[in-house]
Every structure is written in C-alpha cells, then in structure tokens.
Design a protein around this ligand. Sequence first.
Ligand SMILES: Cc1ncc(COP(=O)(O)O)c(C=O)c1O
Length: 344
Amino acid sequence: MKPLNADFRSDTVTRPTEGMLRAMCAANVGDDVLGDDPTVQRLEAVLAERFGMEAGLFCPSGTMTNQIAVKVHTRPGDELICSKLAHVYNYEGGGLAFNSGVQVRVGGDDYGRLSAAEAESLLQPMDNVHAAPTRLVVAENTSNKGGGTTLGLPALQELGAFTRTHGLGYHLDGARLFNALVADRERPEDYGRVFDSVSICLSKGLGAPVGSVLLGSKDFIHEARRIRKRLGGGMRQAGYLAAAGLYALEHHVDRLAEDHARAADLAAFMKDLPYVAELKPAPTNMVLFRLAPGHDGGPLLAHLEARGLRLIAMDRHWLRAVLHYDVGDAEVRELRDALAAWPG
Ligand SMILES: Cc1ncc(COP(=O)(O)O)c(C=O)c1O
C-alpha cells in the first residue's frame, strides 16, 4: 500500500506549519486556570473584539464550547431547536442529554438550513405544563453535514428576531464560521450583534492543532468558565496552544478562499462521474456526494486508500472530501485521477 499522500477526511487533520510552531514555542505563558496566561487572554480578547462581544473562553474543543453554551442557556427538562443535521444533535455523543438534560426538536432541510417560520412551528406552547419549555435555538454556520453550506446572515438575523420575540437564547456553532465569513464576504461583528453566544473552532480550516473559543457577554462567560472547570476543560500553560490560534487568525483566514475554489472545482469534476448520484453544492471547503444505487462506499474508500488518498464516509452511501491547507492542487489532481480510475 502506498504511504498516505493526502488526507481529505476533514480539515481537522492539518499539522501546524513551521511559522505556527515558531509562534507556539515563543509564547509567553502562565496558568490559565488561575487566570494569568497572557497568550490565552490575548486570544480570547482578540476574538471577542473581532465579533464585538464582551468576553471569550478558550476551550480544548468545539464540542466543549457547544456543550458549555447549551448548559449555560438551559436547565434540565428544557428543549432546544436546531437543524436535523446539527453537530450538537448528531455528533456530540449524546452530550445534550448527558450534560444538560435537555431534549431536542429538529427541523430544516438537507443543507442545514432552518427558517424562522419553521422554528416558530417547532416552538412549544409555554403555558402548557405538558410541554418542555423551549429555551434555545442553535444554528450551525457553515453546516458540516449540509456540505459546508453557508446559512447567510439575513436568514440568521430573521431566526434571531424570532428568538428575541420569544425570549429564547441563540447560540451559533461557528466551527467553520470563518469559512462562511470568507465565502459570503460577511463581517464578524454582524454575527456578534445577532447571537448570544458563538463557538469558533481554531482547529478546523484555520489549521491550529487544538482549541475553540466561546464568545458571549461577561456574565455568560463567567458562568461558562465555571462549567469548563467542572468538565475538566481548564488547561494550565494553554498559551502554547492559544498562540497557534492567534497565528491562524492572522495568517490563515484569507487563504480559506483557496480551499473553497478547490472544493468547487472538485465538485464540478465529480458531478460527471458515473457512480455519483448526487452532490451537495460546495460553497465552502467540503464536497459531499452520494453514490448511485448498487455502489458501496467501502470499496471506493479502499481503492483510494491503496493510492495514498483518504476520504471519509458520512454513512454507507454519502462520502465527504474536505479541502484544507495540507492539500493543494497536486493532491487534488491525484484524487481526481484516482476517482476517475475507479471502475465502480
Ligand atoms: C460543525 C461542528 N461543530 C462542532 C464540532 C466539534 O469540534 P471538536 O472536534 O473540536 O470537538 C465539529 C467537528 O468537526 C463540527 O464540524
């Protein structure tokens, strides 16, 4: 078997660049659990300022920032509304039930979009003691299972107006928000105005090895910090990791457009492959495709793996290729050749 040439499974697989490693090694650190790591504080402040929000909290993962946010927004027995494709609902190990004791009402389309009108139809009648009170709406931009779809600020603002009318919390899983900002030419501060809390991942397309930041009001983040401690998510000399995040924010945001262009080209090529039945549009850095009936993902993945290329199966029929800074034009060419050579 050929050694691995290119890993398209996720944008989480990137290794730190030399520049990033140098920034990490040079970081000025303290003990973040005791509240005196200057590099962590700078990362939290830089992101909070960029989004026009009061405070930030550095955490080990996007799962933790999402789970903490839900915990702060809700009480056990409450209900939240999100897309049927949402990461918090599908891929966080049942954390909503385990950590917060909430139940979930899902809706929306196959691209991760959920309109304000549909959210309204999912709202529980608050004066009915038989119903679990709706407390929170969670949006995800870009939508991972939706194929990297961007939801667009206007739709998110409309959903935000709905949450305010009904006194609900509004959380954004922005694991790949910078992809959306670049693709849709949007401004972070507009997101800060719409959402009560925002989770940003540094270890996806931005290319840091570890870390996510939760943004919100000072009071919200104070409570979030307590829950991070309870979950064991406090990290001591975390400034070495925060330095990677700061480096990524400075050097890796604009280049996301390159990943988007490569994803669009790859999707355009794949739509003519005889064994591809359906492709989600690829507006950011992901290409999700469904195999035609009679084709199974396993043999295709094995065919690629033998050529040193990796994709990931979302389920038996849907596969995913993700573009990121460790895969350039040469790797995409290799992938195209290998896909074209699969007999199906
Ligand atoms: C949309 C979304 N939210 C949250 C997460 C969780 O991030 P982490 O892997 O850092 O826990 C992911 C991970 O891929 C994701 O795609």
